[in-house]
Design a protein around this ligand. Structure first.
Ligand SMILES: Nc1ncnc2c1ncn2[C@@H]1O[C@H](COP(=O)(O)OP(=O)(O)OP(=O)(O)O)[C@@H](O)[C@H]1O
Length: 229
């Protein structure tokens, strides 16, 4: 009897490396990510978590290796055109318009997405219901983060790429973040998080990036090794 092939991972990091200014930031990173999976990128400052996340978003190209979506290289322009519609990106830059109300800041994104009817429910779920009609400049840091998360929910795309999503959130906000991640994965969504802070994600893979590779041997290295090679 013919054996059934295992399903392709939705996303595959295939020996991904990255150089910046002649420095090796990432080296031979591999990961298979299936629907419903969670992946936590951890590592010290400067280890390349955001770089990898940006690569997954298609903002940076790998220097070597490839990121495959459904088996296709995301840097191919035809593929990227489709792939980018799958992504929800959240970073420390919140892209919130201060002069818009909280509701409009979510509604605007939802309308651009060609959707409707999700914004208010998302704002309420994130605990901002009473602030919906307020100008966004009134918001605290944690409330701004909640607004960003409300956008994720309203837009509702399958692949979430989250850079430090719990920064500025209080305990309840972090619990809400964990809840929406859990619910999204339950529906088959993928969540990839770069974080220093603990975020509870059941059965998530953890990719711990090593500290950055030194570019040149330092004077101290040379002394330790008894001189240059
Ligand atoms: N555009 C760029 N040009 C040159 N170097 C860059 C660029 N972007 C990032 N780097 C370098 O790449 C390294 C990895 O940066 P990155 O932001 O990915 O790290 P990180 O793990 O997210 O760090 P942190 O925990 O501090 O957020 C850093 O040393 C940074 O200086």
């Amino acid at each position: 009897m013919a054996r059934r092939k295992p399903p392709l991972p939705r996303l595959l990091l295939d020996n991904v490396s990255c150089m910046r200014n002649a420095q090796q930031i990432l080296r031979n990173v591999n990961a298979s990510i299936h629907d419903g999976a969670g992946l936590v990128l951890s590592g010290t400052n400067g280890s390349g978590k955001s770089t990898l996340l940006r690569m997954l978003a298609g903002f940076n190209r790998p220097t070597a290796g490839q990121v495959l979506w459904n088996g296709h290289d995301i840097t191919d322009s035809g593929v990227f055109h489709q792939y980018k519609l799958q992504l929800n990106w959240l970073s420390l830059k919140d892209a919130i318009k201060d002069k818009f109300t909280v509701l409009d800041n979510v509604l605007w994104y939802e309308l651009l997405e060609g959707k409707q009817g999700n914004s208010m429910a998302a704002i309420e779920l994130m605990g901002l219901g009473k602030l919906a009609k307020e100008k966004s400049r009134m918001l605290s840091m944690g409330q701004r983060k909640r607004l960003q998360l409300a956008r994720l929910l309203a837009i509702d795309r399958p692949i979430w790429l989250l850079d430090e999503p719990s920064v500025a959130l209080d305990v309840e906000g972090t619990k809400l973040l964990e809840y929406i991640i859990h619910e999204h994965r339950k529906k088959g969504g993928i969540v990839i998080v770069a974080t220093h802070l603990p975020i509870a994600m059941e059965d998530a893979m953890v990719l711990r990036l090593p500290p950055r590779f030194p570019r040149l041997m330092t004077f101290v290295d040379m002394l330790d090794r008894g001189g240059p090679d």
